[in-house]
Design a protein around this ligand. Sequence first.
Ligand code: FES
Ligand code: MG
Length: 591
Amino acid sequence: MSEHKQPKLRSAAWFDNPDNPGMTALYVERYLNFGITREELQSGRPIIGIAQTGSDLSPCNRHHLELANRVREGIREAGGIAFEFPVHPIQETGKRPTATLDRNLAYLGLVELLYGYPIDGVVLTIGCDKTTPACLMAAATVNIPAIALSVGPMLNGWYKGERTGSGTIVWKARQMLAAGEIDYQGFMDLVASSAPSVGYCNTMGTATTMNSLAEALGMQLPGSAAIPAPYRERGAISYESGKRIVDMVLEDQKPSDIMTREAFENAIVINSAIGGSTNAPIHLNGIARHLGVELDNDDWQEIGHDVPLLVNLQPAGEYLGEDYFHAGGVPAVVAELIRHGKLPHPNAKTANGKSIAENCEGIVTDLPDVIKSFDAPMKERAGFINLKGNLFDSAIMKTSVISDEFRDRYLSDPNDPEAFEGRAIVFEGPEDYHHRIDDPELDIDEHCMLFIRGTGPIGYPGGAEVVNMQPPAALIKRGITALPCIGDGRQSGTSGSPSILNASPEAAAMGGLALLKTGDRVRIDLNKGTADILISDEELKQRRADLEAAGGFQVAESQTPWQEMQRGMVGQFDRGMVLEPAVKYQDVAHT
Ligand code: FES
Ligand code: MG
């Protein structure tokens, strides 16, 4: 154990409380029954939870079942006792109707476990998209010492000599299938090639983003995020994380000491530099709210927009997770930002007790094609734009994935190069889109914008990743592979479509999107940050009155109890999509 003065441990209230021998005996005897001794439980050793997100249901995180053995060894080595327990599983590609629906359920469950059991500190086993924010949100609410441990990305996928990235390849394969370049069997082969090992998506999707940001926030050991799941370094960092959490307990280093406003500002800048997913603002805004830290989508634009994209990973670039690791991962990105004075808070404290600058300063990448230099980036000004108008109060656009072709077509009006206008085609959710996208009656051409609604946190419980819609097959055959897409749903971070998403408030909450009609003209001005239906305020008012008179925006029935409960409590994407009644519970381990 470290030489810190032994603090009074939280677990002593369960296991070593002479004022209440009856309860203490009851607590102690049952934890003895699998072979722990009284001496171990009552000698002041920190009890360290291993919040296990891996299971057969969640293959992206399943490798944590193995890694937990190394975590345990680290905990024991440092003088702690490990208690491993399950977290409600969340598999992005397996859960219907959406995996996001379960982010808040896993959060709620983990809060109860961390609060209600004798746990002094916790190792959060993170990985697949929503597992990371669920764990960090719970740690934020309970505020006991916590360290995050990524499961790591899968190895690079390969097909016929080319890298195939998880998720990203699906979008490409769909286009190839639609264009008749491959058949069903070829489609399956191509997609399966992108998942060659244990671990999470190897692209810069939501998983790599959120794991990188858990490190950027200071909640992981430096360099932890990028290590591929099967590498020996992944076992080693699991051991180190187990060791470190014991000292964090003895030092009483809490999530609120690490995840400060400064740490979030750093994470926003790092998110732009890595080309992070549009799901990041939802999750970070949510974590911040559970800590009582102010953070909104205006911050993302103000702090993050003018940051260059440095990391050359799919979907914005060409490489994958193994390359990211060999190029130095998050520390190499941070070091490059520090060298150019672009990291706002180099002194922000991290899990190992050092500042982010102490951890990263001076690191230079060995692979300058994977992590580019600040002076020759992948793209300038790669952060998000926060759009507002009569369509919504806030919606996010990721500018780093807008193709040159798209820029030329839509953003090259010499009078106003940042504006585009088009005819709206409105779909009521993904089923309606799939049903009607090829309907010739819609007369979709290259001057149209595709809208999807009813897909937000309330409308499609949890919010569906459906905003990136492909144009009709007829347009793809003519070489038009992308149209502007706008919606109140989300978009997979592995997709490269130029979309405006996370629109808040959503149609189901009677946001402006609910009033849009197919055929309306819509104008988007990226320079001014506006998005408007080009109709009068009176007409808008009338449409709202008509819709309200007709009973409001209709959504499908809930299919499970949790869907109904969450719909009644959940906030909008721009406010982190948290359970609103949960926000007032902060620092609950100390109240
Ligand atoms: Fe789990 Fe992508 S599906 S990380
Ligand atoms: Mg995703």
